[in-house]
Design a protein around this ligand. Structure first.
Ligand code: SIN
Ligand code: FE2
Length: 225
């Protein structure tokens, strides 16, 4: 709305326009990026995230090969994902606190279900949400998400905070990768024939986000059990 005595900015000019459907970019036969899809839920999402992190704080896990991950992890839901010298697995108890992982907040579930629906995967009920925190310099090597029992369900990945360059590869580690820039509020869904595609995150560049500061938070929702 244009107010008397003020110069209209571009934002003012578009403020009354009808809301646009979020843009969808196809990155594979069964994979999409839903731009800005999480933004309408942010007011509920961020306080819910804080609640989870109080009970299951971020920690740097060790890979079976003995490396400490640059990405810090937490989880919520019936099971959380952990790695240590004994391997990768889903477990109902957080090994750091000795307690069950925090329940998945309703708004998390709502977001995951809506995004999966939009991508053509109806009735998705994730039982695990991994929460990754990247600070500038942190990265995630190419890997497949294959610790879930039923690979018929997709992975729903939500990006918040500073941008990342997501790498979306093929079915072999050495296949060419697409570079997909991901911004605050973007959601990626991959499933079906794309479910086991290699993916990773390039080292995060220095940046500052007005709400989240110098970090990127990523949620990945899965049906693990
Ligand atoms: C993951 O593959 O688990 C996370 C991907 C991301 O941070 O975008
Ligand atoms: Fe992954």
């Amino acid at each position: 709305m244009q107010r008397k005595g003020t110069t209209p900015t571009t934002l003012d000019l578009f403020a009354d326009a009808a809301p646009q459907p979020p843009t969808t970019e196809r990155i594979g036969p069964c994979s999409v990026v839903l731009r800005g899809f999480a933004l309408p839920l942010l007011d509920r999402l961020l306080p819910a995230l804080e609640g989870v992190l109080v009970r299951a704080p971020f920690r740097h896990m060790t890979t079976p090969g003995g490396y400490t991950m640059s990405v810090a992890l937490s989880s919520c839901g019936d099971v959380g994902w952990t790695t240590d010298r004994n391997g990768y697995r889903y477990a109902s108890i957080d090994p750091q606190t000795g307690k069950p992982w925090p329940e998945m907040p309703a708004v998390f579930l709502e977001l995951a279900q809506r995004a999966a629906d939009c991508a053509g995967f109806a009735d998705f009920v994730p039982d695990a949400c991994l929460i990754n925190r990247y600070i500038p310099g942190a990265k995630l090597a190419l890997h497949q998400d294959k610790d879930e029992l039923d690979l018929g369900w997709p992975v729903v990945s939500v990006s918040l905070g500073i941008p990342a360059m997501f790498l979306f590869g093929g079915h072999a580690r050495g296949d060419a990768t697409q570079r997909v820039p991901l911004f605050h509020g973007d959601v990626v869904v991959w499933g079906g024939e794309d479910r086991l595609r290699y993916h990773g995150v390039m080292p995060i560049k220095q940046a500052d986000h007005p709400q989240l500061g110098e970090q990127r938070i990523n949620f990945t929702f899965r049906k693990a059990e």
